[in-house]
Design a protein around this ligand. Structure first.
Ligand code: F3S
Length: 70
């Protein structure tokens, strides 16, 4: 599945990182990045295997809805 973090919207609360550190990490600018394993063109976009279910939990629990999963 495709995962995109909206860097403008992310406030760096870290909820996604706590719920799904396999997919999300906090970058040096305090924004959520996709981890290197799944990252695509830039740090904010990635392709994640469907069976990593915490991806959706991270997206659903982001307080500002900065993560989209398709
Ligand atoms: Fe940012 Fe939301 Fe994660 S604010 S750090 S994308 S939970």
């Amino acid at each position: 599945m495709k995962v995109v973090v909206d860097e403008e919207t992310c406030i760096g609360c870290g909820t996604c990182v706590g719920l799904c550190p396999e997919v999300f990490e906090l970058g040096s600018d305090g924004k959520a990045y996709i981890t290197e394993d799944y990252r695509e063109d830039d740090s904010f976009e990635g392709e994640v295997p469907e069976d990593i279910e915490c991806t959706k939990q991270g997206a659903e629990n982001c307080p500002v809805d900065a993560i989209s999963v398709e």
